[in-house]
Design a protein around this ligand. Structure first.
Ligand code: PEP
Length: 263
């Protein structure tokens, strides 16, 4: 499989949004748009990541969509199984609720919740062992970019997880490159800069795993309908992790359409 045949992913990261009624109308809006302007599953995988308490409700609502739209957890515990761990949701409990995708390593978790490589590795190990697919987020800060360290930082974040990902598990990892300075700021990496970083990530992955050439590498950071077409045209950008714009059904659908059209 060559890079150009990787099926893209568009995943909406809803973060700590929205209230229940709005979440339901958002999902219904996405479902309606996919009925009137279909996007085939083999053109673009779609996912949405609601707040933890809404996972099952959103999943139930999505079950009547005309095509698969995966429900993605925004987080998973670093502790596996069940037990006295107040507030935690383990990978096994996600899988038991038929949630098969999870975000790990988002910069908000790294920065605000002090999740370091050890914590992220524990989460990834548990998620993969439970059969989940991990969307692993990497990205540099503005200071690191300005100091010329962007590539080294991102490649280190990729190398960090090699300690816990077994050979055959790499096919259950999707990478999301999200420069921190572009998240929620309205600033997007230029398609050239994003493509350059994605190519470096792919090269780095290929040194670690035989799946490097076929892994989806998503871009995230203020993706919107206005910039999605240009980003989607880049050969190593295989989709998008979308925050703000995913809270609007039309924007989400347009972004998905942009990536689907590259197939
Ligand atoms: C994100 O948080 O993953 C993200 C990319 O957010 P936004 O699209 O709002 O920049």
């Amino acid at each position: 499989m060559s890079v150009s045949t990787i099926t893209p992913w568009v995943i909406g990261n809803w973060k700590m949004n929205p209230v229940q009624a709005d979440a339901l109308s958002l999902v219904r809006g996405i479902k309606n748009l996919l009925e009137t302007a279909p996007i085939a599953e083999d053109q673009c995988h779609l996912g949405v990541a609601p707040i933890a308490i809404a996972l099952s409700q959103i999943q139930a609502e999505l079950s009547s969509a005309v095509r698969p739209i995966y429900t993605v957890a925004q987080d998973v515990s670093r502790i596996s199984g069940t037990g006295p761990y107040t507030g935690e949701v383990s990978a096994e409990l996600l899988a038991d609720s038929q949630i098969h995708y999870v975000l790990v390593g988002h910069s908000e978790r790294r920065e605000i919740f002090a999740e370091n490589a050890d914590i992220l590795n524990a989460k990834i190990k548990n998620a993969l062992s439970a059969g989940l697919t991990v969307i692993y987020c990497v990205g540099e800060s503005l200071e690191q970019r300005e100091a010329g360290q962007a590539e080294a930082v991102v490649l280190q974040q990729i190398c960090d997880i090699a300690a816990v990902v077994e050979a055959e598990q790499w096919k259950n990892i999707v990478i999301a490159y999200e420069p921190i300075w572009a998240i929620g700021t309205g600033k997007t990496a230029s398609p050239e800069d994003a493509q350059a970083m994605h190519a470096q990530i792919r090269q780095g992955l290929s040194q670690i795993t035989g799946y490097g050439a076929t892994m989806a590498i998503l871009y995230g950071g203020s993706v919107k309908p206005e910039n999605a077409v240009e980003l989607a045209a880049c050969p190593d950008i295989n989709g998008a992790l979308v925050g703000g714009a995913s809270l609007n059904a039309e924007s989400f659908h347009k972004i998905a359409h942009a990536f689907a059209n590259t197939q």
